[in-house]
Structure formats: C-alpha cells, structure tokens
Design a protein around this ligand. Structure first.
Ligand SMILES: [Zn+2]
Length: 131
C-alpha cells in the first residue's frame, strides 16, 4: 500500500486517485473506494506533511550548518531553507494524502457500508467529480 501511495495511487487497488497533480477524485475510478472516509479525515495527511517538512528543515538547516561550520553562510542558508519550506509542502501535498490513506487503511480496514458504497460507485461509474 505504501508503494501505491508513493505513486499517488489508490491504496486499496492501485487505481488512479488524482485527476490532476492536486486534484484528488472523490472515489477511486477502479475499485470505487471513497477516499475521504470520514469528517476530518485529512488531518492525518496534514500531520504527515508537517512531519516531512520539519524533517527537511532539520536536514537542510542543521545539515547546512554542520557542513559549513564554523563559517556558516547564514544568508544563503536561510534563503535555501525558507525556499525549501515554501515549496516542499506544496510538492508533497498529493503524497501526504495517499500515504495517509495507506497508513490509515492498514490499521482501519474498510467497513461493510464503505465496501458496498465502493461497489455502487463502480457500478454507476461515479467518481464523485460530477463530470
Ligand atoms: Zn481503488
């Protein structure tokens, strides 16, 4: 499931989960899984995103300091760090969602009503996008 998540795919079947880089569909087009399983579901993705960005901050800023010590180019290091902190959360936004779905699905298997809703979505060809 993590492998599927890293490819921005449905954690359940590997089907397409995004209609564009940022556009997550409501249901998986192949297995019909509803991606937002409950209210507030994406808080987990936010936590993953924040954790990765904080890890990158430590790597870039502290790593940059350690590599150039004692003549740390503070201005350049700050610019690189701030640039990375501005771009990274946006770049990994889709990944944080699919990773969260994979992790969450591994400890919270689908319930009966979700399985039947997924089957219905496949039967009607409704991906929830309204198109
Ligand atoms: Zn699927």
């Amino acid at each position: 499931m993590i492998g599927r998540a890293l490819r921005r795919r449905c954690p359940r079947c590997g089907g397409k989960a995004f209609s564009s880089y940022f556009g997550l569909t409501e249901h998986c087009e192949r297995c019909g899984l509803r991606f937002e399983r409950e209210e507030g579901y994406w808080v987990g993705a936010l936590i993953i995103n924040t954790t990765v960005v904080f890890g990158a901050f430590l790597l870039v800023f502290v790593g940059g300091m350690a590599l150039t010590w004692p003549d740390v180019p503070w201005g350049a290091l700050l610019a690189v760090t701030l640039g990375a902190m501005a771009i990274l959360p946006i770049l990994i936004y889709p990944l944080s969602k699919t990773l969260w779905m994979a992790v969450e699905l591994s400890w919270h298997p689908l319930e009966e009503d979700e399985i039947s809703e997924a089957a219905r979505a496949v039967a009607t060809g409704d991906d929830g996008s309204g198109l």
